[in-house]
Design a protein around this ligand. Sequence first.
Ligand SMILES: [Zn+2]
Length: 245
Amino acid sequence: MVGQELWKKLKNLVSIDKKIRENNSKREISLKIINKDQIQIPQIKKSEDSLKANIFNLKKELDLLELDAKSLKSAEKEKRETLDKIQNSKEFKALERELKNIEFKVLESENSIEDKWVALENFKNDLETLSQNNIEKLKQLNESIHAQEAFLEQLSKELKEEYIKKEAAKNKIPKEWLAKYEKMQNKTPNPIVPVNQQTCNACFYPVLRQDMAKLKAGGVMLCRNCYRFLYYDADEEKNMNSESF
Ligand SMILES: [Zn+2]
């Protein structure tokens, strides 16, 4: 019984290894995306902190200003009551000046309170908008993380199957060839290439005539220049040469 040619078994192993490599790099990309998403979550939550601190500080300032305004107003009231009782015009004028001064301070304080209230409202609105946006952002991030996690789970299932296939494929290949393959596989993604027009299809080094005979009989050899595995497939050669036109 003639088994499958060695080069076909090797090519099968190459394609399994290629799939494993691809899935491993997909896995790495996916892990990076998850990592990037996860880093953003605390940053988003933190983005509200400075606005919250501004609001807290403004409220404190407003409390103080309002206390101040209250004491100014009671001072104003007191002066007015005193003013009503005064007969002496000199004293009256002095007190009137004091009263004007207090009135000015009351006005100033009211303006300041008004400004702070406007600022407080603005900060509150900004915080409201920001937290609405953050809710949306966090939702999207969590969705993205879940999607990547599902993708990773699928990938690891596929990888498990591929490693099983790989073991089976390796078992069909003689040990000495397997050792050569593994050495080559670490150096290049295409360790097995066809011969095309009597040259290695990777490095274009010519294949000796006696080697061609071996290859045409279904054998496998190493390229004398790049040490890749060489095989010969008449159909593949035909396809390669028709594709180039
Ligand atoms: Zn070569």
